[in-house]
Design a protein around this ligand. Structure first.
Ligand code: CP
Ligand code: NVA
Length: 312
């Protein structure tokens, strides 16, 4: 059974094919092949969501399937039913399940027991649908006619702020797997975690990231500037200290002045304007944040179509 829990669950050829299909699906939205016809897919949320929930629900419908949205608290999981039993039972009804959870082991445990594809819709560890979308969003700006992963090889990508977060982890894994240089700029105590370095080791990947405390150095002549919230879902108890510690890593006009003139600004959203990014940058001419949000729909449709093709 093929799952999409990490981008490394797809071979590089499968990722490339998914990105090309994303472009096709984006160009021909009204004539989407109904590759999930007659199916029912579940969307299980332990955490809030706007983009993931709506883009998956719409995408599943456009692929010809029925989407069922579940909140963990309103299911028997909220009353202690095991993930094993839930995964086995839901596999008897559904053809696939997208899960957004806190602890990454929840998604891994579902994948272990389910007999349907499991798709990771964000955990505290990573956000594979988002990172693949972000990569597509960069590639379509480099050359909309030719969506080629190899175009990232000579691009310099930087991530600012919470460099120990799920989005930073996703960039670290993508850099090592796809093969591009990534610089992470964050304070001491926010270095790439043991967990993400272990993941690289487990996949036999050579790290391609560097970590610095100097945001200006990190922004120097970069092609892509990326950030994310300083307080991720689940981190609320440390909100005050995080905002103080991360304050020097804000993406603002002074910082982006160091980047290449045609740099792209990325943020997975939701954003906290005035914290990790200023209004001038997120609404500026280099920002592609709304294209990124739209591309979640097209990329995820391609991911689901790939998973379906694999199980045929
Ligand atoms: N970027 C993202 O996953 O957004 P949501 O939390 O709104 O799903
Ligand atoms: N790092 C953020 C991403 C939200 C899409 C969080 O986990 O809350």
């Amino acid at each position: 059974m093929k799952h999409f829990n990490h981008i490394t669950d797809f071979s590089l050829e499968e990722l490339q094919a998914t990105l090309k299909q994303t472009k096709e699906l984006k160009l021909n939205r009204t004539s989407t092949p109904k590759s999930l016809e007659q199916q029912s897919w579940g969307l299980l949320f332990y955490k809030s969501s706007t983009r993931t929930r709506v883009s998956f629900e719409v995408g599943i419908q456009e692929l010809g399937a029925n989407a069922i949205v579940l909140n963990s608290q309103n299911t028997q999981i909220g009353r202690g039913e095991s993930i094993k039993d839930t995964a086995i039972v839901l596999s008897r009804y559904l053809h696939g399940l997208v899960i957004r959870a806190y602890d990454h082991s929840v998604v891994t445990e579902f994948a272990k027991h389910a007999t349907m594809p499991i798709v990771n819709g964000l955990t505290d560890f990573n956000h594979p649908c988002q990172i693949l979308t972000d990569i597509f969003s960069i590639l379509e700006r480099i050359d909309p006619e030719n969506i080629e992963l190899s175009a990232l090889k000579n691009k310099k990508i930087a991530f600012f702020g919470d460099t120990a977060s799920n989005m930073a982890n996703s960039w670290i894994i993508a850099a090592a797997y796809i093969g591009f240089d990534l610089v992470l700029a964050g304070p001491n105590g926010y270095e790439p975690t043991h967990e993400v370095l272990e993941k690289l080791k487990a996949e036999n990947l050579t790290p391609r990231h560097t970590f610095t405390n100097d945001p200006i150095e990190a922004a120097n002549k970069v092609d892509v500037i990326n950030t994310d919230v300083w307080v991720s879902m689940g981190d609320e108890a440390q909100s005050k200290e995080r905002k103080e510690t991360l304050a020097d890593f804000q993406v603002n006009e002074a910082l982006v002045a160091n980047a290449n003139q045609d740099f792209l600004f990325l943020h997975c959203l939701p954003a906290h304007i005035g914290e990790e990014v200023t209004q001038a940058v997120i609404e500026g001419p280099n920002s592609i944040v709304y294209d990124q949000a739209e591309n979640r729909l097209h990329t995820q449709k391609a991911i689901l179509a790939q998973l379906q093709a694999h199980s045929n």
